[in-house]
Design a protein around this ligand. Structure first.
Ligand code: ADP
Length: 228
């Protein structure tokens, strides 16, 4: 069996102390395999962003282990964590955060150039992703000339540009109308299956969550299976 792309075991994360102590995760476990899309559905304040930040190595747990493609991260120093995050994790936010002065293509090329990919190869990869997400005809448009759904599909292409093994998304369709949300979610799903990434997607949209491979929620500091 190959190693799961994302594995959390016994993860504790709390904030503050004394009377202000907030226990968010207590011995939480979660495994996401290659090509698997897991929806995370939980009320506001339950700890969805915390869980995503931990999976994306943006925050560290107080105890427990987070493994990315079999690599344990708890003992890594800041530089090694950042390096591992850049090479293995792609993040999609509710708001696209595309660079306004650059075209759709350039926005997807940029993270690859930063990672040391050559211009020609980066452009080819960007076009492949824009094509997969159905926005290739918009390659030379700037973000302001694109619809919300197009902008978000380009943000997904950007997150996937460097072949991340783990894709994390925080309300990726939260800003879109239902029909466009559908389109963007399906595009994201296709991408994950195509690239064999492991995906954890926080969403309030139950219709979309039902189309994930499985649904989890947060209860009593644990990540538990959920049905809607
Ligand atoms: P969600 O994304 O599900 O809305 P969060 O992960 O943002 O939930 O927050 C979970 C809990 O942790 C909340 O009670 C929140 O107030 C608390 N929390 C989150 N980040 C911090 C922080 N940096 N300092 C103190 N408390 C925090």
């Amino acid at each position: 069996m190959s190693k799961p792309h994302l594995r959390l075991s016994g993860v504790h994360r709390h904030y503050g102390e004394g009377e202000r102590l907030v226990r968010v995760l207590e011995a939480a476990d979660l495994t996401v395999e290659s090509g698997e899309l897991v929806a995370l559905v939980a009320p506001s304040g339950a700890g969805k962003s915390t869980l995503l930040h931990l999976c994306g190595l943006l925050e560290s747990p107080q105890s427990g282990e987070i493994e990315i493609v079999g690599q344990p991260t708890s003992r890594l120093g800041d530089r090694a964590r950042t390096q591992l995050r850049r090479s293995t994790v792609g993040y999609v936010y509710q708001f696209h955060h595309l660079l306004p002065e650059f075209t759709a293509l350039e926005n997807v090329v940029m993270p690859q150039l930063i990672a040391g990919v050559e211009q020609k190869a980066a452009e080819a990869r960007a076009m492949e992703l824009l094509d997969l997400l159905g926005v290739a005809p918009r390659a030379s448009h700037r973000p302001a000339e694109l619809s919300g759904g197009e902008q978000q599909r380009i943000a997904i292409a950007r997150a996937a540009a460097n072949h991340p093994r783990v894709i994390l998304a925080d309300e990726p369709t939260g800003n879109l109308d239902p029909e466009t949300s559908d389109l963007v979610f399906e595009a994201l799903k296709d991408l994950i299956k195509n690239e064999g990434a492991a995906a954890l997607i926080a969403t309030h949209n139950h219709d979309l969550a039902r189309r994930a491979d499985r649904i989890v929620t947060l209860k009593g500091g644990l990540v538990v299976p959920h049905t809607l």
